[in-house]
Design a protein around this ligand. Sequence first.
Ligand code: ATP
Ligand code: MG
Length: 560
Amino acid sequence: MSVEKIEVAENERALNFIEEVIETDIAKGNTRIQTRFPPEPNGYLHIGHAKSICLNFGLAQKYGGKCNLRFDDTNPTKEDVEYVDSIKEDVRWLGFEWAGEYYASDYFDQLYEWAEQLIKKGKAYVDDQTQEEIRQNRGTVTVAGTNSPWRDRSVEENLDLFRRMRAGEFPDGSKTLRAKIDMGHPNMLLRDPIMYRIIHIRHHRTGDKWCIYPMYDYAHGESDSIENVTHSICTLEFAVHRPLYDWFIEQLGIFPSKQYEFARLNMTYTMMSKRKLLQLVENKVVTGWDDPRMPTITAMRRRGYTARAIRAFADRVGVAKRDNVIDFSLLEFFVREDLNKTAQRRMAVLDPLKVVITNYPEGKEEMFECVNNPEDESAGKREVPFTRELYIERDDFMENPPKKYFRLSPGKEVRLRYSYLIKCDEVINDAEGNIIELRCTYDPDSKHGSSSDGRKVKGVIHWVSAKYAKKAEIRLYNMLFTKENPDDVTEGETFFDYLNPESLVTVEGFLEPSLAEGKPGDKFQFERVGYFCVDTDSSPEKLVFNRTVTLKDSWAKMNR
Ligand code: ATP
Ligand code: MG
């Protein structure tokens, strides 16, 4: 799969194919639109789910319909309430509210009743074959399967056995309920698919009430139908399941929900599978589901991404009918675009070099007024202390600069943002020759605007007062993997072989004092450095900031 290049243009997008379907339905008089987002509560939601959430809830909003949140909790072995809670939190954070909160497990009684109905119609039977025998007798794409020796049991016998399965008389794996369709069907999913299996395990909602659990194909469409879902939107891999989805609904004569498939969202340098993300968590490659390097919604929230940015991203990637891969930098583009409008500016130095202004009186201090956000006047201003000793960014100084270097260098002048012009007079080295300090002089008349004699100074750099700066742990995040598609590995390798050792780099930074008041989640632009937010680990005793995204727009560069 090649990486999709998407034009970042402001023009209005055309209707996607699902919107076309809906508008056709509405034109026919079917104006009630009901969608649903159906996560399995077996992990935290990732950006792929966010795409599905924005699509399902977005369509309901656009067409005056409703969207349900339905937990697809039919497999008790992997599910947990922890995940239910996190899913609800994530959907709400993205900005959506569900019309109804439902659980497939709430439908177990109805599903069971319908299964008996199918048995009575001669459309389902109890099979005593083991899972392995069932698999072997399924045939292949070119060879028809073999009928089970139990396929022609009488309705009475099937009913009796199915009831006893439910009553717990049989051990796990000893029997299944199968739909009686066609063992020679060209679509292998229709070769007598399993509807129920025996699992003697507690369910997080129904407790010990059940020891038989419905399979996805049987439960999903029927749950849609119970909720009168008009447009059941899922990902492409379910396209081959659609005939089965329709078969059950038709046989039962229930509300005819319709399934539509769109391409999964895939992104570069990360993975979209809860199962694999769980492996990263379990192997402690990351600190948890909300580690800011994860592609989960909870991690993106912690990292400082905004819901608005994610919604804009989801809208821009649109709805594709064929699998594609979206460049991660497209998401970063939207994050940057949103934070540029909303994040207040601050000054912070991540790699400090000390500057002493030798002609600035000892003990003198001034406060400089700084604009909080040039994009938003209502954000106001703040004061930043200026003192004789400052920190500047180490790479804002070069001892032997190339021609077009406009930052600080020996004998050259630069503007300190919001304050004075300074000139570097002397470079102090330690015994090993490392630069440890710069001796500078300032022009006292250069406070407002440029110099008094009109000389031109091009460079502007940021700074913090050495006396008042607050130390903070700054976590710089990079891609978690070094490979564009970490799943694309050769034999003997796994995605663990492509972890980026530099996915997290921690530095000690020096911040202007007002940043000490930030609360977890507060977002800032560190001028000239990037967008940062206060991490949930941060406390007044130990400030911790996450780098949300760098300032540099690598996306724009790529598309040039
Ligand atoms: P995973 O493989 O990560 O576990 P899943 O499809 O099993 O994903 P579900 O909880 O079953 O996860 O998914 C809930 C909904 O989100 C489904 O409708 C599914 O199609 C959709 N979804 C899951 N992953 C993606 C993705 N990468 N892009 C778009 N939609 C997705
Ligand atoms: Mg699933």
